[in-house]
Design a binder for this molecule. Structure first.
Ligand code: FAD
Length: 420
């Protein structure tokens, strides 16, 4: 994990951009085929979105089950060079001969760090925690559950704040180094795998569904953090307005998805994600009523069993209905209005909290990959012709199992592209 020297040139078979489950898989599989890989992640830690979840469907195991295996395969793997806090500034060339200029942004914490946490304890600066979608704060010097690499990081926006000298002084290993500078390196590779993943569709754009206006309307990704032991409520799902218990909750499927005005496609994971989250609520509140409003339930392949299991639960109710409006009632309760997509009949229900099941938007829709890589109409990476091959959700909406399979295939695709 050592940072290369400024100006260094690195030669590799593949450059993998994005250190989520797909990028890690591509890097590991390529290395196990004997290839030299540089794996680049823009955040301070690997893991991507999966690290933010409470549990995975369909097995309902915690994310470290899958992540830890990958971290173990990366630890001591001398064929994968991992660069965190790194971005690709520019790339040139094509299949078989790509050159990329990278910036490695400073961590302000060096390899002496033992993750003891003394720096964070001494840190006087608190900021909203983006990882918890602003539902809590974090220190300017921070660490994450399941962090890989296991090193603290100083928020770059605050590294110049004189108050952070207290963090440096608290570290008995001299690991906090606020004078660190960015490093620029060049990677010469035969191909690039682009695994930059997704972000949630912006629920603020769904102006009739009350997100951002009514405190008890949250999104599915926020619910993952609310249910997670490392999240803002230490895993207790409470409604945000008063931290109250949940007696009745609604899940709003296709919130912005399959909608020409928002995301025209189906992300393919939101129905299973809501069924998973219904189980989180169910475990914490055995008496709670859970109402799931859907256009149609999409749980392909083996996920059908997962759905069938939830259907048997006497407290989970599935309603055919497209939710058109959420209003606020007394005590910050919510009125959810849904139209039955077959009969046209509109029904209203009062609940204490509503979860918007928003879909996945590929990061490539906003930040195009280099080398004029073709994208499809929704912004997913199209073909490998440019020398850049998409992997995971950068190439299509997918769950973890499909992302892993697709990422393994992307290595072959990247190798084939070099021969054309
Ligand atoms: C609410 C919700 C719940 C879900 N629950 C489940 C579940 O229980 N089970 C399941 O199988 N699937 C689930 N999914 C789907 C799952 O999240 C995806 O399959 C998975 O995240 C895909 O991994 P990825 O590596 O392609 O992308 P990501 O997880 O998004 O990882 C991409 C990585 O690339 C990095 N990156 C981005 N841009 C750059 C850049 N320019 N340079 C360098 N690095 C960059 C990011 O920081 C990130 O680390 C869920 C999805 C949603 C919406």
């Amino acid at each position: 994990m050592n940072v290369p020297d400024n100006g260094a040139r690195i030669t590799a078979d593949l450059l993998v951009v994005g250190g989520g489950i797909a990028g890690m898989t591509a890097a590991i599989e390529a290395s196990e085929m004997g290839l030299e890989v540089v794996l680049v992640e823009k955040e301070p830690f690997l893991g991507g979105r999966v690290a933010q979840f409470n549990q995975y469907f369909p097995k309902m195991c915690p994310p470290w089950c899958g992540l830890e295996i990958n971290y173990r395969r990366l630890r001591g793997n001398d064929k994968v060079r991992i660069l965190t806090l790194t971005t690709v500034d520019q790339a040139s060339g094509g299949p078989g001969n790509c050159e990329a200029r990278l910036t490695i942004h400073p961590r302000y914490v060096n390899e002496n760090c033992t993750a003891c946490g003394d720096c964070a304890q001494a840190c006087p600066v608190d900021v909203p925690d983006e990882y918890n979608f602003g539902l809590s704060t974090r220190k300017a010097v921070y660490y994450r559950d399941m962090a890989f690499p296991p090193l603290y990081v100083v928020d770059p926006a605050l590294a110049g704040d004189p108050r952070l000298q207290a963090c440096r002084d608290a570290c008995k290993y001299e690991a906090v180094d606020l004078a660190m500078q960015p490093v620029t390196v060049t990677v010469q590779a035969k191909g690039i795998i682009w695994a930059t993943g997704w972000q949630p569709y912006d629920a603020n754009k769904l102006d009739t569904l009350g997100f951002g206006k009514f405190p008890n309307v949250v999104t599915n990704v926020m619910l993952e953090r609310l249910a997670s032991a490392g999240g803002p409520t230490e895993g207790k799902i409470r409604r945000p307005s008063d931290q109250g218990a949940i007696g009745k909750i609604a899940f709003v499927q296709c919130a912005g998805s399959r909608d020409a005005n928002h995301l025209p496609y189906c992300s393919g994971v939101c129905c299973a994600a809501s069924i998973k989250q219904a189980q989180y609520v169910r475990e914490q509140y055995p008496e709670a009523e859970i109402h799931l409003f859907y256009i149609d339930v999409r749980t392909p392949g083996r996920l059908e069993d997962f759905y069938a299991g939830a259907e048997k639960d006497a407290k989970i109710f599935f309603h055919r209905g497209k939710v058109g409006e959420i209003r606020e009632a007394a005590n910050h309760n919510l009125i959810v209005a849904a139209e039955n997509t077959l009969t046209g009949k509109v029904t209203e229900m009062e609940v204490e909290m509503a979860v918007l099941a928003t879909g996945m938007v590929p990061n490539t829709a906003q930040e195009r990959p280099p080398l004029d890589t073709p994208l499809d109409e929704w912004g997913f990476v199209g073909s490998s012709a440019s020398g850049v091959t998409g992997a995971g959700v950068a190439s299509r909406p997918a769950d973890v199992a499909a992302s892993v399979q697709q990422a393994t295939g992307s290595v072959i695709q990247a190798l084939l592209a070099q021969r054309r």
